[in-house]
Design a protein around this ligand. Structure first.
Ligand code: NAD
Ligand code: UDP
Length: 330
């Protein structure tokens, strides 16, 4: 099949590209490179089945494709709050443009939704039937409400026009190719521990999240896309729940050393708990995560160790730079 991945140069999109190419599909990777990186897809650029388009989903586009994975949207709170209006546009206009395309060419479309549609949940763990508790005017609303409207658009295009939709509610996902500066907790903690810096705990550290390794998540996305007639949202995440303090301890254990923690204020509207009920994914897709946190962290730490080493090497001036910059030879 010819498969469009919007946000294909991002963290999850690049792993999804790997998986679909390995299965023999053609991948059209569309990205505006806001948080995506060439680095993530460098190894795919010469692949005969891979095509890269620099494009913003807020603008319409017409392509012949069989399936669309709509992932284009920054996922880290730091990045999605950087330009909140743009985040709303990417979710609303972006999803609308992809639905128009799906309708026109008869493609099946999967929307990357999020556990953030549950907001700061009063029901725990969260089943898909829970409608959530979201502050519509807070700093996270551009993302949470943007994703909720995206789900609404998907459902309405399905009801009105029969577009073949899938909605994945993705819970916190981590792994290689997360950006080291994107502010999410797993990348922050690993980079801090590798640099021997104190880990930044926001609030008391007693808030919880459930962390899914990226390969498991990608497997869930592919299964959901392939499942016939599953138009209702499906939670995809690892149901094992950790406090953020426990995550810090796990990271320090895997990285080694004796890094301490430093406390920072809890960001506004930061959800106090989050754990997916994955009964629907188990029943509909025969899916559940296989990799547990420690093993996933080992792989992710390995990635960041290499990346930081390369960075450090890159920071050393070349001979040419040394020769042309007075003082550097001193
Ligand atoms: P990411 O920031 O690494 O990737 C997002 C990609 O979308 C980037 O390559 C970025 O450049 C691109 N993008 C952003 N706005 C765009 C636009 N207007 N037009 C074209 N491209 C655009 O984040 P990720 O973690 O890979 O997340 C991918 C998707 O999964 C997002 O939709 C996110 O909301 C969703 N999701 C992720 C998580 C998670 O924990 N990683 C959790 C829930 C939902
Ligand atoms: N967090 C933290 N230290 C950090 C980054 C994040 O304690 O350096 C906390 C954050 O307040 C939240 C949790 O970790 O409670 C997960 O944050 P992240 O930004 O990764 O994801 P999200 O809040 O969107 O689930």
């Amino acid at each position: 099949m010819r498969i469009l991945i919007t946000g294909g140069a991002g963290f999850i999109g690049s792993h999804l590209s790997d998986r679909l190419l390995a299965e023999g599909h053609q991948v059209v990777c569309l990205d505006n490179f806001f948080t995506g990186r060439r680095d993530n897809i460098d190894h795919l650029l010469d692949h005969p089945g891979f095509e890269l388009l620099r494009h913003d989903v807020c603008e319409p586009i017409f392509l012949e494709v069989d399936q669309i994975y709509n992932l284009a949207c920054p996922a880290s709170p730091v990045h999605y709050q950087y330009n909140p209006v743009k985040t709303v546009k990417s979710n609303v206009m972006g999803t609308l443009n992809m639905l128009v395309l799906a309708k026109r060419v008869g493609a099946r479309i999967l929307q990357a939704s999020t556990s953030e549609v549950y907001g700061d949940p009063h029901v725990h763990p969260q089943p898909e039937s829970y409608w959530g508790n979201v502050n519509p005017i807070g700093p996270r609303a551009c993302y949470d409400e943007g994703k909720r409207v995206a789900e609404t658009l998907m459902s309405d295009y399905h009801r009105e026009d029969g577009v073949d939709i899938r909605i994945a509610r993705i819970f916190n996902t981590y792994g290689p190719r997360m950006a080291e500066n994107d502010g999410r907790v797993v990348s922050n903690f690993i980079v801090q521990a590798l640099r021997g810096q104190e880990l930044t705990l926001y609030g008391s550290g007693e808030q919880t999240r459930s962390f899914c390794y990226v390969d498991d998540l990608v497997d869930g996305l592919v299964r959901l896309m392939a499942a016939e007639g599953r138009h209702d949202p499906v939670n995809l995440g690892n149901p094992v729940e950790f406090t953020i303090r426990q995550l810090a301890e796990e990271v320090v254990k895997v990285v080694g050393g004796t890094t301490g923690v430093t406390y920072k204020p809890l960001p506004q509207d930061d959800p106090s708990q989050r754990q997916p009920d994955i009964s629907r994914a188990r029943n509909w897709l025969g899916w559940e995560p296989r990799l547990q946190l420690e093993e996933g962290l080992v792989r992710t730490v390995e990635y960041f160790r290499h990346r930081l080493k390369r960075r450090n090497r890159a920071a050393v001036p070349t001979l040419d730079e040394r020769l042309t910059s007075p003082g550097l030879l001193d």
